[in-house]
Structure formats: C-alpha cells, structure tokens
Design a protein around this ligand. Structure first.
Ligand SMILES: C[S@@+](CC[C@H](N)C(=O)[O-])C[C@H]1O[C@@H](n2cnc3c(N)ncnc32)[C@H](O)[C@@H]1O
Length: 289
C-alpha cells in the first residue's frame, strides 16, 4: 500500500491495492520489449486523435516511458505523468532531461493520491494500467475531472477473451481462470477493456471510438515471444490459484514449450482495445466552453 496521508480517495475505493508486477530490472526489460511490439498501435491512436503542438497531456503509468517520449515530441513540450514506481519515475525524469522539451510534472504516487489539476488536460492517456486497478470507475471519474471540456480520454487495455493457444491444451480453461484470478486478487480485471465503454458513460464521458487489435503469431515470432515471456514468467504464481494446480501448470509449461517447436502451432493474443471518450462541452447547467 502507498501513503494514504492527505489521500483524496473517495470512500469505498480499495486502499490495499498492491501492484502485481513490480518494478524489477527484469520487469522493466519485459515492458521495454512489449512496448517495441505495441508502440506502433499507440502511435496510430495518437495520429487519429491528432495530438499536436501545445496540447496538455497527462499519462498514467508510463512505465519505461517510450510513449511518454513520443507524446512529448508530438506536443513539442512537457507531458505530465502519474507513476507509482519510484524506479520507473526516476528513469522517466532522466529521459525527459535529455530531449530539451522541459520537465513535466511527475506525481510519484498512486493515481488516487495524485493532486491532479481540474479541467486542464486535452488528453489523458493510459496503456495497460486499468487492468490492475480496483474500482476503475472511481479512477475514471478522477481523470475525467482533470480533462478540460472537450478533452479526450484514451485508454488501451485488454479484452482477454480472444486469448488462445492452437492446438488448445487441456489445461487452458483453468489457466485462463487463474489469469483472471491473479488480477482479481488485487481488485483488478484482466478484461477491463471491454467494460470501459460503459464505465466512460458512468464517468460522464461520451464514447468516440473502440478500436481492437488482435495480434496472432507462430513460434519464433515477436508475438509468440511476447506472450511466452509474460505467461511462462508468471505461471508458478498462477499455479497457486485454484482450480489451476501446480501439476496442471507444469503440464501446460511442457506443452507450451513443445508447441514452440512446431511450425503449425499458433498463438492468438488477448485483444487490446483502444477506447476513446470525450468530456462533453456542456453539462446540465448549459455551455461550458
Ligand atoms: C503494465 S505497466 C504498463 C507501462 C506502460 N504504460 C506501457 O504501456 O508500457 C503498468 C504501469 O502502471 C504503473 N501503475 C500501476 N498502478 C498504478 C497506479 N495506481 N497509479 C500510478 N501508476 C500505476 C506501474 O508502475 C507501471 O509503470
């Protein structure tokens, strides 16, 4: 748990949130490799949104910062961030000191504890953060307040239901249940992407677009490596989550590694949804801008 002193968390928000993946050097390297595969999808999203010079942008959970640096180049100036990992925040400060675009505000804290300005941002962006968060509606409402009227919320997150290894191992159903249970253990939802459109409505945002990306890969592809690195890395932790068992996890690992040696194997990745919403320019009391 992070500091709760002066917390702005509304009653009912879970204050015992623990970030499941940590900020070890190994996890940092995994995030950088994952970003290399997925940054083009995010850049296409930024292109569609028309992010440009002068925009005020806030990124939640920039991690290793590749998209943060891209956003800075697009707005030709600093971008703000909330990043709870001290190691990741320190790296971000270093990267930002090098491009000559000036320091952004980096709140090194849990999103719920960040004293965000109200009505300021043209864009709030987060990739792969919401799946970890308990009570995403509370987080979304907070972020919506930080948007200016007409400002955009853009979140990229998973809709896990497409995930398949072909041919399908017998342990797959229990493995997927363990994947869900792992994130749920801290109040998160590994398939939060598909819930975001409804949650946007509850946070007072109008839906602009939902764009899915489903990557598919054969052994030796970047997609296969990306998925194997993560899932084989957490398999022992998943084995603690019934109905998945240690012996099922061991069998699945063997089948997974065997599948990697067959050119006919196929991995269909969890879908990533780009979900974009806009804060209305008017509310019930009349025009805001
Ligand atoms: C899976 S990583 C994704 C990093 C990056 N967005 C990317 O796409 O590569 C999740 C990131 O969100 C940060 N994070 C998780 N929960 C957070 C919270 N409640 N407040 C702020 N940052 C958070 C983590 O420290 C980590 O940097």
């Amino acid at each position: 748990m992070t500091a709760t002193r002066g917390s702005v968390a509304p009653r009912g928000a879970d204050r015992h949130y623990r970030y499941l993946l940590g900020d070890s050097r190994r996890e940092a390297a995994r995030l950088r490799a994952q970003a290399r595969l997925w940054d083009p999808t995010a850049r296409a999203l930024f292109d569609r949104l028309g992010v440009r010079r002068g925009w005020k942008v806030l990124e939640i959970g920039p991690g290793q910062g590749s998209l943060h640096m891209d956003l800075r180049r697009r707005v030709k100036g600093p971008v703000d961030a909330v990043e709870r990992s001290p190691a990741f925040a320190a790296r971000l400060r270093l990267l930002c000191a090098r491009d000559g675009l000036g320091p952004g505000r980096i709140w090194e804290t849990d999103l719920l504890d960040a004293p965000l300005p109200r009505g300021l941002y043209d864009l709030v962006f987060a990739r792969w953060v919401f799946l970890f968060l308990p009570n995403p509606e509370v987080h979304l409402r907070k972020l919506a307040r930080s948007l200016r009227p007409g400002g955009l919320m853009a979140i990229e997150d998973y809709h896990r239901e497409t995930f398949a290894l072909v041919p399908r191992p017998p342990e797959w159903t229990n493995f997927l249940a363990a994947d869900r249970a792992f994130f749920a253990s801290q109040g998160g939802d590994v398939s939060v992407g598909g819930r975001l459109p409804d949650l946007y409505g509850k946070a007072g945002l109008r839906l602009v677009e939902i764009v899915p990306t489903i990557k598919v890969g054969r052994p030796d592809s970047a997609v296969w490596t990306w998925l194997s690195t993560y899932f084989l890395g957490v398999l022992d932790r998943y084995a603690q989550l019934p109905p998945f068992t240690k012996s099922q996890a061991a069998r699945l690992r063997r089948l997974w590694l065997r599948a990697a040696g067959r050119t006919t194997s196929l991995m269909i990745a969890p879908a990533v949804l780009d979900v974009v919403g806009r804060k209305p320019r008017t509310d019930r009391r009349g025009p805001l801008s």
